[in-house]
Design a protein around this ligand. Structure first.
Ligand code: CO8
Length: 249
């Protein structure tokens, strides 16, 4: 792990913590950070030693304050802008489709593309100091990394449009009320809380977690098929037998 790393990685007890590390720019997501996130997450997906991933931001101030606004200036034409957005969309869609759980530990600003990153994760835990918003319209653009759809699915059409059409930030309490985040905790306790949640998930068999995630959006048929596959697995047999025999596994 070097100081130049744009995404730092630390792994223990099956939990991989990825820290977006560009605090001088409030962890704004540039191409390099997006590429590193992509490769580290794909690597984690293949690595049996990783059960759960946590994404957070370096420093006490920001999770990620958006995509890197400076990079927009390098986009020469419409086609370049479209490709830039498509590239980000693909990375965030990959995050949303990982078989292993991904938790966002939102330690500060989650704005624009930073909020879109949090929305691509499975679960969002926030510090009481966190701030959320979609300021894109104030810049004359839109949330182009898949966040428009993800936010609307999570908190509803009008609540997400209110955020996007005004660009106004909201605090953690309001984000919790809207369902934009799942938990809000004291700033200093955020990682402890997230790691405890991750540890609990890491105890469960990866095949069960992957199947549960796979069912989302796929309907009853998939649920029945995946239940059928899991229930006859050695892991499920041994866990169910242990329960019936009143012993720990
Ligand atoms: N991009 C680039 N640099 C940034 C960003 C950003 N998103 N956010 C902060 N920075 C930089 C600042 O420029 C500043 O740099 P420097 O010290 O060199 O001047 C440094 O971080 C610290 O920021 P501030 O001095 O502004 O810190 P403050 O505490 O005064 O303010 C704020 C904090 C309120 C978070 C403020 O920095 C801010 O408003 N940032 C921009 C937030 C924003 O608009 N985010 C949305 C960006 S657009 C986006 O995410 C689109 C995603 C979809 C793209 C789809 C493809 C096109």
């Amino acid at each position: 792990m070097t100081r130049e790393d744009a995404v730092q990685a630390e792994q223990s007890n099956g939990i991989l913590v990825l820290t977006v590390s560009r605090p001088q720019a409030l962890n704004a997501l540039n191409r390099r950070i997006l590429a590193e996130l992509r490769s580290r997450l794909l690597q984690a997906e293949r690595d049996d030693a990783v059960r759960v991933t946590v994404i957070t931001g370096e420093g006490g101030k920001a999770f990620a304050a958006g995509a890197d606004i400076g990079e927009f200036m390098d986009l020469a034409d419409e086609q370049a802008g479209r490709e830039y957005a498509r590239h980000g969309q693909e990375i965030f869609a990959m995050i949303a489709s990982l078989t292993k759980p991904v938790i966002a530990a939102i330690n500060g600003y989650a704005l624009g593309g930073g909020l879109e990153l949090a929305l691509a994760c499975d679960i969002r835990c926030a510090s009481e100091r966190a701030t959320f918003g979609f300021p894109e319209a104030t810049l004359g653009i839109l949330p182009g990394f898949g966040g428009i759809e993800r936010a609307a699915r999570l908190i509803g059409r009008s609540a997400s449009l209110q955020l996007m059409l005004t660009g106004m930030p909201i605090d953690a309490a309001e984000a919790l009320r809207l369902g934009l985040v799942d938990r809000v905790v004291a700033h200093d306790g955020l990682m402890r809380e997230v790691l405890a949640l991750a540890a609990r998930m890491a105890e469960q068999p990866p095949a069960a977690l992957a199947a549960i995630k796979e069912c989302l959006g796929r309907g009853m048929e998939a649920e029945a098929a995946l239940f059928g596959r899991l229930v006859v697995s050695d892991e499920a047999r041994s866990r169910c037998r242990a329960f019936l025999e009143k012993r720990r596994r």
